[in-house]
Design a protein around this ligand. Structure first.
Ligand SMILES: C[S@@+](CC[C@H](N)C(=O)[O-])C[C@H]1O[C@@H](n2cnc3c(N)ncnc32)[C@H](O)[C@@H]1O
Length: 215
């Protein structure tokens, strides 16, 4: 596993959440990733906030060359063990998106499935997602619909503190206004979600943003 700088506060928070259970998520790849990535030609993919690695392993099994990053060492250790058990090769990167030092334009697919990326002045995470995509490549951001004030208060977070597909869309729109030919937004929709087990099973809808970088 490769190591970069990690925000220790973020790592502690997520490590504690993962360590509470022997498995936090369903163990299955996200249905939206499968439906959106199946038609793409496998190349280099970055899985941002890969968690326990189900998406990264599925992508690897489809022939993608996978780099998967997360701030949680507990989650990555699980992902790495599962990869070894299946004989799959994935480059696991213990890093936050902003600290990972991703080479601009270096991935044919950047997939962020329910990422918990902190919003910053200057929209650094949104820029990092767009910048990582190679010309001709695809950006896929999937998230739960915005939590209501009551839900957010119950779980002790402010939805405005985290990057949403709408934030990424806003940066794409601004980029397109300045450089109209650089991207095409292929999809920005809400669709039903059915997940039977794991901590995310209560969510019933996905917001799906897919854009292709042309230049
Ligand atoms: C809701 S989970 C989603 C995990 C996985 N993508 C999935 O669909 O099962 C959000 C993930 O984002 C990770 N994360 C939090 N802050 C991050 C950051 N700055 N950079 C990368 N990953 C981060 C967490 O550790 C966690 O694994």
């Amino acid at each position: 596993m490769d190591e970069k700088n990690v925000d220790l506060g973020e790592q502690r928070e997520w490590d504690a959440r993962y360590a509470d259970l022997s498995q936090l998520w369903s163990g299955r790849p996200n249905a939206t990733l499968i439906s959106e990535a199946t038609s793409l030609n496998p190349g280099r993919v970055l899985d941002v906030g890969c968690g326990e690695g189900a998406d990264a392993l599925w992508l690897s099994e489809q022939g993608w060359q996978v780099t998967a990053l997360d701030v949680s060492k507990v989650a990555l250790d699980r992902a790495e063990s599962e990869a070894a058990a299946r004989g799959q090769h994935v480059t696991w990167l213990h890093a936050g998106l902003l600290e990972a030092g991703i080479e601009p334009g270096s991935f044919d697919l950047v997939s962020a499935q329910y990422p918990a990326l902190a919003r910053t002045a200057g929209d650094l995470a949104e820029h990092a997602l767009l910048d990582a995509v190679a010309p001709g490549g695809t950006l896929l951001v999937v998230h739960h619909p915005r939590a209501t004030t009551d839900e957010a208060a119950k779980h002790g977070f402010d939805p405005d503190d985290y990057v949403s597909p709408a934030n990424v869309r806003a940066l794409l729109d601004a980029t397109l206004a300045a450089h109209p030919g650089d991207w095409v937004i292929e999809l920005d929709e809400t669709r039903p979600r059915h997940v039977a087990s794991g901590a995310g099973a209560h969510h019933t809808e996905d917001i799906v943003l897919r854009a292709r970088r042309l230049a």
